[in-house]
Design a protein around this ligand. Structure first.
Ligand code: PLP
Length: 395
């Protein structure tokens, strides 16, 4: 009798992966890609081409043949530039030899950090609405994502009372993203102090994803990671994608205590080895010489923000004034439509793509996300079309 089991039907995909929902944004943009003449306010990606000096530095690195692996942690010259940048821009001090790792975008930094610190069953507190990959990244480590809702009445800032209600003895991490995707919310220094006190009280690690911090439109303050008592319990994540318009370079970094960076390095060296050498050369140029270009883009986003918020409010879609990033999160509940209905009908009837707020968590119901990483002309035209759409709904 044969002992082979090869005839048995087997499920190849791991259960926890098959149970992960696909990103709501992707589903929506699959529909958009089949349509013509759509104005997209959906994409979370700068519309600027990467500044020329950065592209030129990339070409130069290629010409010189700088195409080999770098140190697993990333080129030391780049890590030194990151340390100087963190000091100047985030008032946070890190040793470039031991406390910084260069990664394939903030995406990889998040992934290897979660894998380095979480054990099955550990709980991670994070705010909703939030970036679509937070909960899946936690789930992929067999840990438990615990969403804490944020509300417009609190400027979409986490309320300590809500955090106190959600924390348990299994909570290990508090994951923050301010300035926030999708709401544009930001933290004041007092907000950061309150969150830091909460983390210290409950002995939590804070992961602070500050990828939009350099696209801030209100007075900036030091990173939460730089507050007293926080350095040993914080990891600061940042990258080149947004502020320097370098999404395709896939370059990010994490700064934190040596023990954690070293653990991340283990995961990184076995899974990724190192970030692209030519992207590292590009990032070095950006950090050393491209402050002016970064500021020009930030100012342009700020002007677009002012226009889009004014227009949306004027047409009766109440809109919170974003403090950073390049998203607005207008409330559409006055139309009587759900977020998904609003986005789907706006796309079909007026060919404008926005993302339903529910893609960022259930408390995004009643909102849609509009990105203003698109030209002023397109924004103006999209606003005209949305105004018509609302007027027709109200007839
Ligand atoms: N974190 C947030 C909050 C984001 O919005 C994004 C991208 O949209 C990322 C991380 C991923 O960035 P990266 O391109 O550095 O992987």
């Amino acid at each position: 009798m044969s002992t082979s089991k090869s005839h048995l039907k087997r499920t190849w995909v791991a259960k926890h992966i098959s149970e992960l929902p696909k990103s709501g944004i992707r589903d929506f943009f699959d529909i958009v890609s089949t349509m013509k003449e759509v104005i997209s306010l959906g994409i979370g990606e700068p519309d600027f081409v990467t500044p020329w000096d950065i592209r030129e530095a990339t070409i130069y690195a290629l010409n010189k043949g700088n195409t080999a692996y770098t140190s697993n942690l990333g080129d030391l010259k780049l890590r030194k530039a990151i340390a100087a940048h963190a000091e100047e821009s985030f008032q946070a001090s890190y040793n470039p030899e031991t406390e910084i790792i260069v990664t394939v975008g903030v995406s990889e930094a998040l992934d290897i950090l979660m894998r380095a610190v979480l054990e099955p069953g550990d709980e991670v507190l994070y705010h909703e609405p939030c970036y679509v990959s937070y909960a899946p990244t936690v789930r992929m480590t067999h840990a438990v994502p615990v969403p804490v809702m944020t509300y417009e009445k609190n400027d979409f800032v986490l309320d300590i009372k809500d955090l106190e209600a959600a924390v348990t003895p299994r909570t290990k991490v508090l994951l923050l993203n301010y300035p926030n995707n999708p709401t544009g919310a930001g933290l004041t220094l007092d907000d950061k102090k309150a969150l830091a006190n909460f983390a210290i009280k409950h002995n939590l690690l804070v992961i602070s994803d500050e990828i939009y911090e350099e696209l801030s439109y209100f007075p900036r303050s030091m990173s939460i990671a730089a507050l007293p008592g926080m350095k040993e319990r914080s990891v600061l994540l940042n990258g080149m994608s947004k502020a320097y318009a370098m999404t395709g370079f896939r370059l990010g970094y994490a700064c934190g205590p040596h023990e954690i960076i070293d653990a991340m390095m283990k995961v990184h060296q076995y899974s990724m080895l190192c970030a692209s050498s030519i992207s590292q050369a590009a990032a070095l140029e950006a950090l050393l010489h491209c402050d002016a270009e970064k500021e020009t883009m930030r100012k342009e986003y700020e002007q677009r923000r002012n226009v889009i918020v004014k227009r949306l409010n004027a047409m009766g879609l109440h809109c919170f004034m974003p403090r950073g990033a390049f998203y607005v999160f207008p409330c559409i509940s006055s139309t009587g439509l759900t977020s998904m209905e609003f986005a789907t009908r706006l796309l079909k009837e007026k060919h404008v793509a926005v993302v339903p707020g529910t893609a960022f968590g259930s408390c995004g119901e009643g909102f849609v996300r509009c990105s203003y990483a698109t030209s002023m002309e397109e924004i103006e035209e999209a606003m005209r079309r949305i105004k018509d759409f609302i007027a027709e709904l109200r007839k």
